[in-house]
Design a protein around this ligand. Structure first.
Ligand code: F6P
Length: 360
């Protein structure tokens, strides 16, 4: 193995730089191998200045930094890319161009740091001859084949801190505070932060809720003398028999954007006579320095990805199982996305302590 490439695709997540640093250091120090960084996800392959050498100096000091020194793009699908043709925007498959650019740069492996969309593209590129290795990244923690993705722990800590802050003001004003959290179709951030922060109601996509049950919980608390309540609401949560709420529709490039369920819940609660305020935590969950856990996990993933490349383990993704780093076929990791199991211990624990999921 003489030369490897690294790219960061999709939305960013805390820990991307820690993976890049670990991969660059391991490739250079352990394998005496050269490293190239591809800018802005797969888009970098289409740009003359899009491929840059990465040496030890380039990764010095980046371990605690959020974002990614390589840039990211969550509309950079080479199989469906928007390009201008005769002044009109059209969608084109530019994957062959990427394959030619990769071959020209003589990479023996391409490490792809991404979520399900980016990793799916990596798997398709492998089928066209690109030696890819996946590294599971996302704050949503929704990738199969691994117990945890890097970025999740940082988002969880930010969300938990937000709940703590809402608690004090909720208590002071005797209000209901609704906190809308990210996660797409997976409720891990809301569930874990809700339990860690002591929320009274947790609404997640995996457990459809009833508005009346949410209000019943708030009323019960008031009757028992707790004049405030905290709700952790996942952006993908939906009422029984109802739909998810989107702030923007999707197209062949962008996924539809979830957002607004917190507001709906807050408005309903107010109409029932309980003063409410809604906070959308948004991209604060994606930004900032990674937690120690995410740095530790990202570092292990980055080094393991290089070792996997050296063994020729292409079309596979590094993963964490039972605390050990291992690897799984990309196809297997992508087959079944990770979701909260409504019968899992965390849900049972929460229910047992009186936390409502709005479904009773
Ligand atoms: O997948 C990560 C995530 O932060 C989701 O939780 C959220 O729905 C989405 O990305 C937001 O994406 P964008 O970067 O397009 O705002």
């Amino acid at each position: 193995m003489k030369r490897i490439g690294i790219l960061t695709g999709g939305g960013d997540a805390p820990g991307l730089n820690a993976v890049i640093r670990a991969a660059v250091k391991t490739a250079i120090i352990q394998y005496g191998c050269e490293v190239l960084g591809i800018r802005d996800g797969y888009d970098g392959f289409l740009d003359k200045q899009g491929i840059i050498p990465l040496g030890l100096k380039d990764v010095s000091g980046i371990l605690p930094r959020g974002g990614t020194i390589l840039g990211a793009a969550n509309r950079g699908n080479p199989f469906a890319r928007k390009v201008l043709q005769n002044g009109r925007e059209v969608t084109m498959d530019v994957s062959d161009e990427i394959i030619r650019a990769m071959k020209r740069s003589n990479m023996d492996a391409l490490l792809v740091l991404g979520g399900d969309g980016t990793l799916r593209i990596a798997h398709e590129l492998y089928q066209k001859g690109i030696p890819v290795i996946g590294v599971p990244k996302t704050i949503d923690n929704d990738i199969g084949g691994t117990e945890v993705t890097f970025g999740f722990d940082t988002a969880l800590n930010t969300a938990t801190e937000a709940i703590d802050r809402l608690h004090t003001t909720a208590e002071a004003h005797h209000r209901v505070m609704v906190l809308e959290l990210m996660g797409r179709e997976a409720g891990f951030i809301a569930l874990h932060a809700g339990v860690a922060g002591g929320a009274d109601v947790i609404l997640i996509p995996e457990i459809p809720f009833k508005f009346e049950s949410v209000v019943a919980k708030i009323r019960q608390r008031v009757e028992r003398g707790s004049l405030f309540s905290i709700l952790a609401v996942s952006e993908g949560a939906k009422p029984v028999g109802g739909e998810q709420v989107f702030s923007r529709g999707g197209d062949e490039i962008y996924l539809p954007r979830l957002g607004g369920i917190g507001q709906r819940v807050g408005e309903y609660i107010e109409k029932q006579g309980f003063e409410s305020r809604v906070t959308i935590l948004g991209h604060l969950q994606r930004g900032g320095t990674p937690t120690a856990f995410d740095r530790w996990l990202a570092t292990r993933y980055g080094a393991a990805a290089v070792r996997l490349a050296a063994r020729g383990g292409f079309d596979r993704m590094v993963a964490l199982r039972g605390g050990q780093i291992t690897d799984v076929a990309l196809e297997e990791a992508l087959a079944i996305p990770r979701r909260v199991d409504p019968n899992e211990d965390a849900v049972i624990t929460a229910r047992g302590m009186g936390i409502s999921f709005g479904d009773e």
